[in-house]
Design a protein around this ligand. Structure first.
Ligand code: SF4
Length: 327
């Protein structure tokens, strides 16, 4: 079997929370709390969860913008979990990020030409003429006019700025792109254009994506597999179609029920999930979803559910599935 491009094992990212006059660390924000996942070559893994569930922290930790507290990240067989900034430099060519807000991630004082040339300069990708040729090629690939080279980010629409963000991400021919809510800030009509562009680029260049979103409807059309994240943990994962048709975790089911159906006669059984994601500084005991779960029962308050394998690729962490399997 081919080795996955990315493997994450029991990854934890705990941010110290300082308090008091002496600014001592009394508590930890458990943003990522024991995540295990993998991304195969050329596939898209959708990572879905509400704001505050830790998905962006996980993406940044995998890209090694954050240093993990513990656990392992293997990229193409190499353990990159604790590499120094210098040792990470060649690997950064292969792992790139696309951010949610292109306006914030693009330097407003630089022209688009400068922005796209910057990673080529950092990674010494050829002389000036070669770099300029690559910048023009990148604009062509993402469907922006050549005159964009001398313009500034504020002169573009949100969708065009995201195209610039994508062009920058693919400048060094990466193998894995972490797409952190790349369409969340865009109008619905523009979202599909950007998603289609990402799909085309994947086909053309064999890219792998970790596609982060808070909306299952967005990842539905781009993901081969989907992982659902809640309070720093993956609570269900499986092939995209299986997650949509046979979700077993009550939280996943509620996310699916929240997807609008363009049919006025379609009736859905709705289980209402109330409240917000609890603080990762004070996570609830037992199953971390129990304060909001409409189906909780006695064991949920006392014991964290173990991960249950329902089929080769479908895994869920819920006492209900464990008891069904046992019966
Ligand atoms: Fe709900 Fe219990 Fe399952 Fe957690 S373990 S999701 S509280 S039924």
């Amino acid at each position: 079997m081919t080795q996955p491009l990315l493997t994450v094992d029991n990854l934890k990212l705990h941010f110290p929370v300082k308090s008091g006059l002496l600014r001592r660390t009394a508590l930890y924000n458990r943003a990522v709390d024991g995540v295990t996942l993998h991304v195969k070559r050329g596939e898209t893994l959708g990572l879905v969860g509400e704001s505050g569930c830790g998905k962006t922290s996980l993406g940044r930790c995998i890209a090694r913008l954050y240093k993990p507290t513990s656990g392992q990240i293997h990229f193409d067989g190499q353990d990159i979990s604790h590499l120094t900034h210098k040792a990470m430099l060649p690997i950064r060519q292969d792992i790139q990020m696309i951010f949610q807000d292109p306006m914030e991630s693009l330097n407003a004082r630089h022209t688009i030409g400068d922005i796209l040339e910057e990673p080529l300069i950092i990674h010494r990708a050829g002389e000036y003429a070669v770099r300029q040729q690559r910048v023009r090629a990148l604009l062509d690939i993402v469907g922006l006019p050549m005159r964009s080279i001398s313009r500034y980010p504020f002169e573009f629409s949100g969708g065009q700025r995201q195209r610039i963000g994508i062009a920058r991400a693919i400048a060094l021919n990466p193998r894995l792109i972490i797409c952190d809510e790349p369409v969340s800030a865009l109008d619905v009509s523009i979202q599909s254009q950007i998603l289609n562009l990402l799909i085309e680029l994947q086909k053309e260049y064999g890219l792998s994506y970790l596609f982060i979103a808070h909306d299952l409807a967005v990842v539905k059309h781009v993901s081969d597999r989907i992982a659902i994240m809640y309070l720093g943990k993956i609570i269900e994962e499986g092939p995209s179609q299986l997650i949509y048709s046979q979700a077993r975790h009550p939280y996943t089911q509620s996310l699916i029920n929240a997807i609008p159906v363009p049919d006025p006669h379609h009736k859905r059984q709705r289980e209402i999930i109330v409240g917000d994601v609890p603080s990762p500084i004070h996570p609830p005991g037992g199953c971390s979803f129990h304060p909001r779960c409409p189906r909780q029962f006695t064991p949920c308050l006392a014991k964290q559910p173990a991960q249950v394998t329902l089929s080769e690729q479908h895994k869920v962490s819920c006492h209900l599935s464990a008891s069904h399997d046992a019966s």
